[in-house]
Design a protein around this ligand. Structure first.
Ligand code: DX5
Ligand code: ZN
Length: 219
């Protein structure tokens, strides 16, 4: 099974962003995970289009953009133009999720849907066949450096069953509190993409930490 390590730029050094982007380019990481927060959907503001464009200028890998914003429909084309390859919206922020997902695909991006920790997998039953990716939040969105919520394992198992039952091609991505202690267990039950922010960027040797995470989820 192909696996993806996605370092979260939220934990990078914004004063030396290019340096951290190059580190990810030259590492075993597969994607850049980009967290966009609006201060409305989540209690924090991160960055928007200008920073995304600056990352795109130097990034040599897939840009996995996680929107923690209300009204994402308003910005789908802007995110495509800024360089997003995968665009993930929150189930909780989309009244017409089916329309949003189709619009993301029509704009030429892979479409993902993210679930907050309290949102059950069952809400995806009628959309799973349209999705390229499901992002399970294993912390409450808004901040890096939080503790992994153990209930996530149960949700990954349920999602894996739903994907198989529905013949969906969606991949399972986990975001929040990922470390060398939980990544293997998540991979064993069906997750294939893993976001890691503070565990990578706060470590002494981020390149080596990425390599360690990758080896834990590679056969
Ligand atoms: C949280 C973000 C995460 C965050 C993960 O709202 O979606 O992507 O950067 O950070 P860590 O790995 O430190 O929990
Ligand atoms: Zn994220």
């Amino acid at each position: 099974m192909k696996t993806y390590i996605a370092p979260s730029i939220l934990s990078a050094d914004f004063g030396n962003l290019q340096q951290d982007v190059e580190m990810v380019n030259n590492s075993e990481a597969d994607w850049f995970h980009i967290d966009v927060m609006d201060g409305v959907f989540v209690p924090n503001i991160s960055f928007g289009m200008p920073v995304l464009k600056a990352i795109k200028k130097h990034a040599k890998k897939t840009l996995d953009v996680h929107l923690m914003i209300v009204n994402p429909d308003k910005f789908i084309k802007d995110f495509k133009d800024a360089g997003a390859d995968i665009l993930t919206v929150h189930y909780e922020a989309c009244t017409h999720l089916h329309r949003t997902v189709q619009a993301i695909k029509a704009a030429g991006m892979k479409a993902g849907v993210s679930l907050n920790p309290h949102t059950p997998i069952a809400v995806l039953e009628d959309i799973i066949g349209d999705l390229d990716l499901v992002l399970i939040m294993s912390v409450n969105p808004g901040f890096g450096g939080q503790t992994f919520i153990e209930n996530t394992y149960k949700k990954v198992e349920q999602l894996k069953n739903l994907i198989e039952y529905s013949n969906s091609n969606a991949i399972i991505e986990i975001d929040g509190g990922i470390t060398d202690k939980n990544i293997k267990k998540l991979a064993n039950i069906g997750a294939t993409a893993f976001v890691a922010g503070s565990f990578v960027f706060k470590s002494e040797n981020p390149t080596k930490t990425i390599s360690t995470l990758k080896s834990l989820v590679s056969e």
